[in-house]
Design a binder for this molecule. Structure first.
Ligand code: ADP
Ligand code: DP6
Ligand code: CO
Length: 325
């Protein structure tokens, strides 16, 4: 009853931002991401009949409080699914990604947890079903079940059984790169969960956000199919700015951006003016991810590294879905 799984993070090009059901984690809109090979989580789950509760060790430290509760609540769903409500587990996880800093640790974290727990319990389930379970740990995590370019279908059923991720194209389809520009690996003040909730409830821009998604999605999928880098980059950058605009109009208003976030955004626009195609996207955190093509790797890396306030630049290729170790 023990298994280890590895899952990569993903970066959304069309963002998931807002839930219609908070308990089942059902989103307001479809989203689309690229799985990244540079950031990942490895998790080992061991169920034992003699345990009276779960334990959770993250990066060598025993976790208590909210982060622990989130893991046990998620394992409760898996136990229920497996029909073994009283079987507890020791969970040990290592994040090769900064935790809660806008690098999608919840995506790789919950995808690795779901995959290892399911295998440890000997459940034989489809990738689609694994994505449905994973979604209930963290929404963005359901996309990390798959590699390459992935769409999360919001679904329409109340029980969430049609809300899961599907692969749009495998990693091998297209070699585009993502540079993660690390400004701060500190935990953010407003967690994704809290930030999107506040936005849905109070931002007058929220309805326009939701209405604009189908158009962005159709176009970006066409761009991915035809490997049109300019098209994909432009849509992703605009979609990111739109998402962040909704937070500025929330009550109380907030932003994930720091000064250096904006400096990096400007530098990316400068690069384009100089004829180097590069586009940015930003999740719920100050750090920026830059999309570029392999031939510009050196220029992109040196240019980004030189910006004052930038601590590190970590390069990723398109990554694979969950795997077992
Ligand atoms: P991020 O940008 O890192 O995804 P979120 O606010 O979405 O930030 O989620 C961070 C939370 O995800 C953490 O506070 C923790 O509860 C959970 N998390 C991160 N890594 C793991 C992991 N390896 N296993 C289980 N839960 C994790
Ligand atoms: C801005 O998946 O971290 O990164 O479902 O509450 O766990 P929960 O939130 P999470 O939200 C991710 C938001 C985002 C956009 C995205 O990844 O699509
Ligand atoms: Co997250």
């Amino acid at each position: 009853m023990k298994a280890t799984a590895k899952a990569h993070t993903n970066i959304a090009l069309i963002k998931y931002w807002g839930k219609r059901d908070e308990s089942l984690i059902l989103p307001m809109n479809n989203s689309l991401s690229v799985t990244l090979d540079g950031f990942y989580t490895e998790t080992t789950v061991e169920f034992q009949t003699e345990l009276e509760q779960d334990s959770f060790i993250l990066d060598g430290k025993v976790v208590t409080g909210k982060e622990y509760d989130r893991v046990t609540a998620f394992l409760d769903r898996i136990r229920k699914y497996a029909g073994k409500p009283d079987l507890y587990a020791n969970v040990e996880s290592t994040n090769h990604v900064p935790t809660a800093a806008g690098f999608a640790s919840s995506a790789s974290g919950f995808a690795a947890l779901a995959a290892s727990a399911v295998k440890a319990l000997g459940l034989k389930i489809s990738k689609e079903q694994l994505s449905i379970l994973t979604r209930q740990g963290s929404g963005s995590a359901c996309r990390s079940v798959f590699g390459g370019f992935v769409e999360w279908e919001k679904g329409s059923l109340e029980d969430g059984s049609d809300s899961y991720a599907v692969q749009v194209a495998p990693a091998e389809h297209w070699d585009i790169r993502v540079a993660a520009v690390v400004l701060s690996s500190k935990e953010k003040k407003v967690l994704s969960r809290e930030g999107m909730k506040r936005t849905v409830e109070t931002s007058p821009f929220y309805s326009s956000w939701v209405e604009s998604i189908p158009h962005d999605l159709d176009n970006i999928k066409q761009g991915i199919r035809t490997k049109d880098f300019k098209k994909v980059g432009e849509i992703a950058e605009a979609n990111c700015l739109k998402m962040h605009a909704t937070t500025l109009a929330a009550n109380p208003p907030f932003t994930y951006w720091h000064d250096t976030t904006m400096a990096v955004m400007r530098k990316v626009q400068d690069l384009r003016d100089k004829g180097i195609p590069a586009y940015f996207t930003i999740d719920a955190g100050p750090n920026v991810k830059v999309l570029y093509q392999p031939e510009n790797e050196e220029t992109i890396q040196t240019t980004l590294q030189e910006i004052p306030g930038v601590n590190d630049v970590i390069v990723s290729r398109t990554g694979q879905g969950v795997s077992y170790i």
